[in-house]
Design a protein around this ligand. Structure first.
Ligand code: PLP
Length: 373
């Protein structure tokens, strides 16, 4: 019997068989020729890692059980007890919670760098500083980092640059090509794209760093299951079609909301008024993604009414699916910051984050118009 599936089937097996001791030695002697145990490697998770690695232009990648695991793996690839990291102050809430609540217990300390000071890192560096963690486009205010300038700054100080590229995706920006050392994703978001997978991936520019990532992934048990990998690969095949569609819809919505009297501010890098618009234009090749935040009146009743009325933007605290949604940074991703930190970042009662999907844009515009009316 000859079976030739067109796409990779799901290898839903935790372990693989060997004929005898000779074949076991071939596994160790010819890396990549065979599989042993799915935590160490599986055809589906390897296919996902390799596909993202190719898009990001890295040496190698590891697929992880979540975006958080991808961040953890990246930090542990470079850091040990006694080390210090720099982190952009505008960062996903989970990233700062990981650093503050868990890595601090392992003896890895952190200093947060305000957005305005990201290009003057020497003021924040200590002898034990290893790296800077930042996002291409920050969550939730869509501040855009100049990655080439950051990479030059980091390398001049002997630091590695680790970039969370979740909001941009490699269709919009490829951080390794701009000098970053590691790029990572919450695959849960645009890479898989259909709100049905939790996964992550970490890609290294350098093969030795990639080997460290792989070891951290395997020994901490961060690696991804076959089914989730398969779903993510399936989603990834349309990433290059989805990102322009998300971007087109988001720009039309940002322009509409900017004119709306109930909206006090729109944070979207595609708008000419956005402080990093020119940088975003250049770094993103003319695409700005599907994420934006809007400021309504700082009044919970106004926010609740908007959430209750909107049909096409359900309040679902994630992002980047083909179907639109909205989220609320103050109550979800940035809930555990101090009130001072929240205020400093502009995360107030009226701030709502929109994840614009790829539905017909007239339907989305009509829904927002009635929800704000
Ligand atoms: C969601 C998200 C994460 C965390 O990813 P999970 O898949 O939820 O673990 C990290 N960074 C950014 C920017 C995110 O949006």
């Amino acid at each position: 019997m000859h079976i030739h599936p067109k796409i990779t089937p799901i290898y839903q097996s935790s372990v693989f068989k060997f004929e005898d001791l000779n074949e076991l030695e071939l596994y160790f002697g010819e890396p990549g020729s065979r599989y042993l145990y799915s935590r160490n490697g599986n055809p589906n998770s390897d296919e996902l890692a390799e596909a993202v690695n190719r898009l990001e232009g890295g040496a190698s990648a590891v697929a992880t059980g979540s975006g958080m695991a991808a961040i953890f793996a990246a930090l542990l690839a470079f850091c040990q007890a006694g080390d210090h990291v720099l982190c952009a102050a505008d960062i996903y809430g989970g990233s700062s919670s990981l650093l503050n609540q868990e890595l601090s217990r392992m003896g890895i300390t952190v200093t947060y760098v305000p957005f305005e000071e990201l290009y003057a890192l020497d003021r924040f560096v200590q002898p034990t500083t290893r790296l800077l963690l930042c996002e291409t486009m920050s969550n939730p205010l869509l501040r855009v980092a100049d990655l080439r300038r950051l990479a030059d700054g980091c390398h001049g100080l002997g630091l590695k640059l680790v970039v969370d590229n979740t909001f941009a995706s490699p269709v919009i920006t490829r951080p390794l090509a701009l000098g970053a050392d590691v790029v990572l994703h919450s695959v849960t978001k645009y890479i898989s794209g259909h709100s049905d997978v939790t996964a992550g991936v970490t890609v290294a520019a350098d093969a030795a760093v990639a080997a460290r990532l792989k070891q951290v992934g395997v020994l901490y048990g961060l690696t991804l299951s076959p089914m989730e990998s398969w779903l993510a690969v399936r989603g990834l095949k349309t990433l290059h079609l989805r990102m322009p569609a998300h971007s087109r819809n988001a720009l039309a919505i940002a322009e509409f909301l900017q004119q709306h009297p109930a909206v006090r501010a729109v944070y979207y890098p595609g708008l000419p008024e956005h402080p990093q618009h020119a940088l975003a234009q250049e770094q993103g090749g003319g695409l700005f993604g599907g994420m934006m935040s809007i400021l309504l009146a700082d009044d919970a009743a106004v926010v609740n009414r908007f959430m209750q009325r909107s049909q096409r933007f359900p309040f679902a605290p994630s992002l980047a699916g083909v179907d639109s949604s909205l989220s609320y940074p103050l109550g979800t991703s940035h809930r555990y910051l101090t009130p001072g930190q929240q205020a400093e970042l502009g995360i107030t009662v009226g701030l709502v984050r929109l994840s614009v999907g790829i539905e017909p844009v007239e339907e989305l515009l009509a829904d927002l118009a009635q929800a704000l009316g």
